[in-house]
Design a protein around this ligand. Structure first.
Ligand SMILES: O=C(O)CCC(=O)C(=O)O
Length: 360
C-alpha cells in the first residue's frame, strides 16, 4: 500500500520537532515512512450516518420552560447513549471570543520553533506542554500534528506569548467550563440522578481542565498518515471547536463517521470518567483525526475532568438499580498519570484497567 521506495527515511518525531516546520520545508515531497499509520482503506467511512449525528440546543437545556428542559435532557441522554458525541449549538460563547481564541492559537503555532522551546513537553503532569505527534517517545507510528496542552484548572496556567493569548484563553476556559458544568447537570438528570450528582461525586468544581490546541498542517499523502490515532479521552466531557476544516472522525458502531460541525458550534464527547460514573451507560467513544493535502486544520479541545484527588466510581444509585457494579474505583490522578501512560501503545481501551469485566 505505502510507496516505501519513494518515502523519505524513517525520521523520528523527536528529530522533526515540529511537523508544521517540517511540512513547510518538505513541500509536496513524500512523507517519512515513520508516519504511515493508516492500516485500513480511507474510504471505509460511513458518510450516510453523518446526517444522524446528534445536535443539542444548549439554549433549550437552560430554558426556564420545564417541558423544553425535560425534552432536551432526554435528547442529551439519547445522544450520550447512542453516539457518545453531539454537536452543541446556541451555547452562549460569543463568536467574537471564539474567533479570538482561534486566531491567537494559530499565532502561537506560527511562532518560530526557537520561541516555543521553553514550552517543550516534559510529561503529562507538566502544566504547559508543546510538542508534536501523540506520544513521540514510545509510539509505533508518528502523527501529523503539533500540539499545545495547558492545564487551565484547578489553577490557570498559560504561555505568555503571543500577546493577548493568555487573556482570551482564560475567558474561553472559564466559559467552556461553565458550559461543561451545565451539560453535566443535564447528563445527571438524564441518568435519573439529582442534577448535581456527577458534579459532587467527581469534585468537578475543583477539577482538572486541559486546554489543547492541535495544528494539522496539510499533508501531501493524507491517505497514509493520521493527525491523531484512534483514542478515547480520559476526563468527563471534552468540548472541541475547529477552524472550519474537517478531520474529526467518530467511531459509531464500528464505522468511522466524519463530523461536520456548523460554524461556531462545539463538538462534545463523553469521556472515560463519565463512562465509569454512569456505570457504562454512556460509553467513552473512540475518535481520530484525518488529514487533507490543502488546508491547515486547527482544533481547540478543552478536556474537562474530575478533581485529581477524587476516587471515581459508578453512581451508587445506578448500581443499586440492579445493574451491578461494572467499574472499579480509581483515583483520577492515578488514572490520568499511570493508566494513560501504561496503555498508550496498545490498541485496547485504557478503561479496561477499571472495567470489572473488560468484555462489557
Ligand atoms: O482534532 C481533532 O479533531 C481531534 C482532537 C482530539 O481528539 C484530541 O485532542 O484529543
Amino acid at each position: 500500500m505505502a510507496p516505501a521506495d519513494t518515502a523519505t527515511p524513517k525520521l523520528h518525531a523527536s528529530d522533526i520537532g515540529s511537523i508544521k516546520a517540517f511540512a513547510d520545508s518538505n513541500g509536496d515531497s513524500p512523507i517519512p515512512s515513520s508516519y504511515y499509520s493508516i492500516v485500513e482503506a480511507r474510504d471505509d467511512v460511513a458518510d450516510h450516518l453523518a446526517s444522524s449525528f446528534p445536535v443539542i440546543d444548549f439554549s433549550l437545556l437552560t430554558s426556564p420552560d420545564p417541558l423544553l428542559h425535560a425534552d432536551t435532557v432526554s435528547q442529551l441522554g439519547k445522544a450520550c447513549a447512542e453516539w457518545g458525541f453531539f454537536m452543541l449549538t446556541n451555547h452562549g460563547i460569543s463568536e467574537k471570543l471564539m474567533k479570538e481564541v482561534m486566531d491567537k492559537s494559530h499565532e502561537f503555532h506560527n511562532l518560530p520553533v526557537e520561541e516555543k522551546k521553553e514550552f517543550a513537553d516534559k510529561g503529562p503532569l507538566a502544566s504547559i506542554r508543546h510538542g508534536t505527534s501523540f506520544y513521540p517517545e514510545s509510539e509505533l507510528f508518528h502523527y501529523w500534528r503539533d500540539y499545545l496542552k495547558v492545564m487551565t484548572l484547578p489553577e490557570f496556567n498559560f504561555p505568555h506569548k503571543p500577546p493577548g493569548f493568555k487573556e482570551v484563553a482564560y475567558d474561553y476556559s472559564s466559559k467552556t467550563r461553565a458550559v461543561a458544568r451545565t451539560l453535566l447537570q443535564g447528563i445527571s438528570e438524564s441518568l435519573g440522578l439529582e442534577a448535581n450528582a456527577i458534579i459532587k461525586s467527581t469534585g468537578f468544581d475543583s477539577g482538572l481542565q486541559i486546554f489543547v490546541v492541535n495544528l494539522y498542517p496539510p499533508c501531501p499523502q493524507p491517505e497514509l498518515a493520521l493527525g491523531m490515532p484512534p483514542h478515547t479521552d480520559h476526563g468527563l466531557l471534552t468540548l472541541l471547536y475547529q477552524n472550519g476544516i474537517g478531520g474529526l472522525q467518530v467511531n459509531h458502531n464500528g464505522r468511522w463517521v466524519n463530523v461536520n460541525p456548523l460554524p461556531n458550534s462545539l463538538i462534545v464527547n463523553t469521556a472515560d470518567q463519565l463512562e465509569a460514573v454512569s456505570n457504562g451507560r454512556y460509553k467513552s467513544i473512540w475518535h481520530r483525526a484525518v488529514l487533507n493535502n490543502k488546508d491547515t486544520r486547527l482544533s481547540i479541545v478543552v478536556a474537562n475532568g474530575p478533581d485529581l484527588e477524587e476516587e471515581i466510581a459508578p453512581a451508587p444509585e445506578l448500581v443499586e438499580r440492579g445493574e451491578g457494579i461494572r467499574y472499579k474505583k480509581m483515583k483520577y490522578r492515578e488514572y490520568f498519570s499511570k493508566v494513560q501512560q501504561v496503555t498508550r501503545l496498545v490498541d485496547t481501551s485504557r478503561l479496561d484497567k477499571v472495567r470489572i469485566n473488560p468484555q462489557n
